[in-house]
Structures are given as structure tokens and as C-alpha cells.
Design a protein around this ligand. Sequence first.
Ligand code: ADP
Length: 441
Amino acid sequence: MAAAEGATKLERGKAWLRDFLARWTGTRTFIITSAVVFLALVLLDGLHVIAALVSFAVVAGVAATRLMAVGETTPIRIGRDEEGGLSVLGAGGTALALLNRLPDPLIVLDVSGRVVFANGASEPLIGKETAGRHVATVLRSAPLIGAIDGVTSDGQVRSIEYSVPAPVQRNYSVYVAPVADEVASAQKFILVLLRDVTEARRVEAMRADFVAFASHELKTPLSSISGFIDTLRGHAKDDPEARDKFLAIMADQATRMRRLIEDLLSLSRIELREHVRPSDAVDLHGVADDIADGLSPLAEQYGVEIGVTAPASLPKVLGDREELAQIVQNLMDNALRYGRSGKRIEVSLSPAEKGGKPFVRLAVRDFGPGIAKEHIPRLTERFYRVDASASRARGGTGLGLAIVKHIVNRHQGTLSIESELGQGSSFSVLLPVAPSAALQK
Ligand code: ADP
């Protein structure tokens, strides 16, 4: 009896040791895999190194706790289930839930290229129930399949760019790495981690376009000025009439460059402050009156009448006075330059509401030639002009409405443009009412 009991104890002890060893190797695999995933996230700029270290410490801690847990028999590991099926990721929920929670698509393949596991974030990219399918049937990209084949054959980590053209182009930075399963040492897996870099690429392209446009805009007046300097040094040296004419053109070009530089600086200043909410209470009616007064000599010269209307009880808006003045200035300036044939500009201020909150509406309406529908959505893009030479001839930089849009964004307002060819245009801005002004009402 005692001998039988001793044998059972021995058996139990052996089983515990076997189990512990199995769990230890499994845990080790899990910790190594997690380390690779977090390292990949850090390398792909998806996670700050500190956040990665803390997350890894938590994951390793959880794994170690499971290792020590008495009676726990399933090791955490990537592998195939007992029936030889695919899509197994060890110790039940923890590992699976963890990988499923990653914001980026993560796919684990076996060495034959079949999907062993695909997390939740990869579904929009490769679809549901992909376990067991060959990667080439779910990710149709020759360079990506090439990278996976490369990793399978030489075991070297690879990083490539992958883009999905439809329905909307998306760019991914892909990290492909080999992972060994240390429980079943013959089993090897390929980790494919994708990171969506579409937005980053779009911003990069926009910056490059912006620099190209800005340099082009500056280069044109600069080469004109250089050309006239050469002429004045050369054959026009002793021709006072030509000299006066050329100097006037050079002064115009210099003004154009100065305006462009001022607008560029203004745009970058506004961009820098775009996330800082303005806090002053501004009398928008007063601002509109001041700008209208400042533009009156030009309006008179063009034979245009500017009328500003507002109810006496108009509340103040929450904003930055200088920036709000820039909005009114740019909109009135445009109305005057492009819509002067209409002979009349109406600037109206009125109380409004949006989402149950009080706003003030500023509308600048002209009765000029109007803008064709297809141009309206693009007017606030930097350097977008309906007619580039007409804009330049009127001293335009192509940045006025981009500046307006950024200021409106900073003020958490909205900008809307309505126009009909032959009838004129109306630019309306909604700005939030200052809290104290809302209380006074
Ligand atoms: P610009 O410096 O060229 O005026 P903006 O960003 O202020 O740049 O305006 C972009 C383009 O929108 C202008 O080039 C012009 O074609 C068009 N536009 C702006 N305001 C008006 C308006 N009131 N009437 C007609 N076209 C306008």
C-alpha cells in the first residue's frame, strides 16, 4: 500500500516536472516571440521604446505567473493543435487576446507559407478565416511573397514596403522575421507584421509638393529680377526711360516675393499653433469694420461698395484677434480682387448654432464671376488657383484660403464656400462664441 502510494507520488512528481519543463520552454518561446513583436513595433516606429519595454515587462510577468501556476498544464506557445490543425496559439486566451489586440496586422505563417494565425487587425486586409490558406492567396504582392520566401530560405529578417491599390491606396511597412518554436524545435514560423504608413507617406508627399511649389513661386520673380539687373547693367545702362520701367517691374516682383514669404511664414506659424486653443473674447464686428475701413481706398479705386452688417447683440467669439483679422482680410481681399466686377461686397455677421452650441457666422459675399463647382473643394489647398495667371496678376500667392482654413481649424470652426457662375461667391465661417459672452446672453 505504502509502496503503491510512493509510486503514485513519484509519478505525480515526474508529471509535474514534465509539465514544468514543457511550460518553461513554451513560456520561453512566448517571451521570445513577444520580444520580437515589440522590437518590430519599436523598429517600425509603432511604439515608443519605453512603452515597448513596459509592455514587454507586463507580458513577461504574465507569462512567468502562468509558468508558476500550479495545475496549469498548457504551455504558451505558437504551434499546431493536437489534430494537426492550424491556427493554434498556446495557453488559451492570454496570448491570443494579446496578439488580437495589437492595432497592426500580424500574420504567422508556417515554413510552407500557410497561415497559422492572423490577428483581428489583419482581417480588413486579408479577410476572415484565412488559417490554412497559402499566403500568396491572401496577400497578392510579388515583393512581399519574395521577402517571405527569402526569410524562409536564409532566416534573415527583412523590411519592405507594400501597397494595396484598391479600394483606396494604402501603404504598409512590412517586417518579416523567422520565429523558432522551442517546444517542437523542428517547427519554424514566419512572423509578418504590417504597419499602416499611408498617412505618413501622404504627409511626406504633401511636404515635397509644397516645397516644390514654394520654390517655383519664388524662382519666377527672382529670375525676372536677375534678368532685369543684367539688362540694366548692359544695354539699358544709359537709357533712363527703360531703367525706370525695369525698376518698376523689379519693385513689383520684389513685392510679390515679399508677399509670398509673409504668407509662407504666416502659414507655418498657424500650423505650429494649430493645437493650442485660442482663449480671447473677440468682437468680430469691430474686426470686420476695421478691415473694411482699411480696404476702402482700394474699394473706391475699383468702384466697389463694401457693406458690413451685424445685430447689436452679436456675442464675442472665442479666438485670437490677429488671426481672425487675417480671415476677414483674406476673404474681403479676394472678394475685392476677384469679384470687383459685381461692384458690391456684403459682409454679414449673425448668431448661429451648431451641434447645440452657440456660434457666430461671418459671411463675405461678392457678386462677381463666381467659381465653377469642380474647383470649390480644392480652393483651400495650398497654391491651388482657378486661374494662376489671373491670381498672380492680382497679387495672389495661392495661399490665402489655405491660411483661412488653418485658422478656422485652430478655432474649431467651419468654412463653407458657395458659388454660382455669373452670380458671385459666398464664403462663410462659423466661429464658436466665447464662454463669457454666451453667459451674458
Ligand atoms: P490667391 O492668392 O490666388 O487669391 P487664395 O487661396 O486666396 O489664393 O484663393 C485661391 C483661388 O480661389 C484664387 O486663385 C481664385 O481663383 C479663387 N477665388 C478665391 N476667392 C474668390 C472669389 N471671391 N471669387 C472668385 N474666385 C475666388
